[in-house]
Design a protein around this ligand. Structure first.
Ligand code: PEP
Length: 255
């Protein structure tokens, strides 16, 4: 059964103390979540274990990491492995965020390896895709996103897909205040689901959670989440304020 998810990506924001306050505020106001509705919080690595302890008794709220290394272990100074994340309490890891693709030169081939390491180590993957404004203006966004999925994800076996969530994040909408319209989001999500169905069959595609990300906030979440193929959101800026994040969670619960 397809789950609805709201995932907060804190990026490189909030100290341990600030993160503690934020999570306390979120948990205090969190409505009861059925098992088909999940909340994921993806803080910086250093907060993961602490945040896990804060939420471990609250059903259906999970910890995510924002990245992991593509190897299991070894001499990679400054890096964090999927096994370390799992052991610290993470359930999810975000792979292929556009900021990592752009600022850290993460290629499709590397993202495919990271996806494998994450799944091998029992993490679920939130795999990000999305086009730049140039691609959108050229009208080739469907082909662009399809190519990202093929290169980063479609080497997986069908049975692995239950542990994969796709997040469509048009780069022109991330942190810009410019949201994709509900129709633009729905069109791309339907395309992604069609591409997954062509590769793996209709049932895995129907069960796939596809999140929208890009300037999602309490005021536009309900409209986005009402779209047939939008199963929740990956939230950046608005995940840093308890009231905003809770407002978006409310929209997901009602959708
Ligand atoms: C993100 O970076 O994943 C994101 C969606 O950011 P924002 O919500 O701030 O646009």
């Amino acid at each position: 059964m397809r789950k609805k998810i709201v995932a907060g990506n804190w990026k490189m924001n909030l100290t341990l103390d600030e993160g503690h306050q934020l999570v306390a505020g979120i948990v205090k106001n969190l409505p009861e979540l059925n098992s088909d509705r999940q909340v994921v919080i993806a803080p910086p690595f250093i907060n993961i274990q602490h945040t896990f302890y804060q939420v471990e008794d609250t059903p259906n709220i999970f910890i995510g990491a924002q990245n992991c290394h593509s190897e299991d272990e070894g001499a990679y100074t400054g890096e964090i492995s999927a096994a370390m994340l799992k052991n610290a309490g993470a359930e999810y890891v975000i792979i292929g965020h556009s900021e990592r693709r752009e600022y850290f030169n993460e290629t499709d081939a590397l993202l495919a390896k990271k996806t494998d390491r994450a799944l091998d180590n029992g993490l679920k993957v939130i795999f990000c895709c999305g086009e730049s404004l140039d691609v959108r203006d050229a009208g080739t966004q469907n082909e662009f996103v399809e190519a990202q999925l093929k290169a980063g994800l479609f080497h997986l076996h069908k049975h692995q897909l239950v542990n994969v969530v796709i997040a469509y994040e048009p780069i022109w909408a991330i942190g810009t205040g410019r949201t994709a319209s509900a129709q633009q989001a729905q069109d791309m999500h339907a395309h992604i689901r069609k591409v997954v169905a062509e590769q793996y069959g209709q049932a895995p595609a129907d069960n796939m959670t596809i999140l929208y990300g890009g300037s999602c906030k309490p005021s536009n979440a309900a409209e986005l989440f009402a779209c047939a193929d939008v199963d929740g959101g990956l939230i950046g800026g608005a995940s840093l304020k308890a009231a905003d994040f809770t407002g978006i969670i409310d929209a997901m619960i009602k959708a």
